[in-house]
Design a protein around this ligand. Structure first.
Ligand SMILES: [Zn+2]
Ligand SMILES: [Zn+2]
Length: 270
């Protein structure tokens, strides 16, 4: 019988992501020593398949093969994908998910871009704000996340309000606090209604936002409604993973204590 892990971190990037060089086995070895279950969650971005450093259809078999090897040695591992949702490519995203669903333990939906500019990269966010204004960027982002949740393609949604990552750097950001709060809460309630897991993403702590996604105040408000969450450190290297472990354990214990931990179906025991 596999031992029950002490906690789950379902969001780790490996050398199959353009922004990481860490092999799966390196995380697995470290996690194994602490009896943690880890889920690999590399990017799959349909709008950027022409970029050679991004995962594409041809590389999926390689990714799955690498996982099989690691999983044999470390059974407390799972394989997911962080799949970008684009409302204008919705049918292509759905087709991809249908074709590959049985190969993966779970798909986590995400929005990183507005008009193909990444809101999670400062220079691209600056471009967007210059073109559209901060309020419009936020509104478009949240609408896109709503589409991702409504699509029913995903077990969970990653960093649901990551558009806020660099927002404190922009003038006028404080006037948008209520828009952020209202929209993020609405989206979390929608997740809860549709049985979609909400990721507690730790990466916001390392950015000007300085908070987890979604914020603890929101998590506290959502718990009585029986929303379900899992924790994702969103680490891109072993040192990020190791640094995140104390907060990860703390958040995980908090969710368990409040009966609010949810796991993708493939990971549920019994
Ligand atoms: Zn992400
Ligand atoms: Zn990620």
């Amino acid at each position: 019988m596999p031992q029950q892990p002490v906690a789950y971190d379902l969001h780790l990037h490996t050398e199959f992501s353009p922004d990481s060089t860490t092999p799966m086995a390196v995380y697995a070895e470290a996690a194994n020593q602490l009896a943690l279950h880890i889920g690999f969650l590399d990017h799959f971005e349909l709008a950027f398949l022409d970029r050679t450093d991004f995962l594409n259809y041809d590389m999926v078999p390689q990714l799955l093969e690498a996982f099989d090897c690691v999983h044999t040695d470390y059974p407390q591992t799972s394989i997911g994908l962080e799949v970008d949702f684009y409302s204008d490519l919705k049918s292509k995203v759905a087709e991809f998910c249908d074709d590959y669903r049985s190969d993966f333990d779970y798909f986590i939906g995400v929005v990183h871009t507005v008009d193909r500019y990444a809101v999670t990269v400062l220079e691209e966010m600056e471009n967007l704000v210059a073109q559209l204004g901060l309020r419009e960027v936020l509104e478009r982002y949240f609408n896109e996340v709503e589409g991702a949740i409504q699509s029913r393609l995903f077990s969970g949604i990653a960093h649901i309000d990551s558009v806020m990552r660099f927002v404190p750097l922009f003038p006028g950001s404080t006037e948008l606090t209520s828009l952020w709060y209202t929209r993020t809460k609405e989206l979390c309630v929608l997740c809860q209604k549709l049985g979609v897991l909400i990721e507690v993403n730790l990466r916001g702590l390392n950015h000007p936002w300085k908070q987890i996604h979604p914020a603890p105040s929101l998590i506290n408000e959502l718990i009585p409604g029986r929303a379900k969450f899992y924790v994702g450190s969103d680490s891109h290297s072993l040192s990020e993973f190791q640094t995140a472990i104390p907060t990860l354990m703390q958040m995980h214990a908090f969710l368990v204590e409040h009966d609010s931990l949810g796991l993708p179906e493939a990971l549920q025991i019994g």
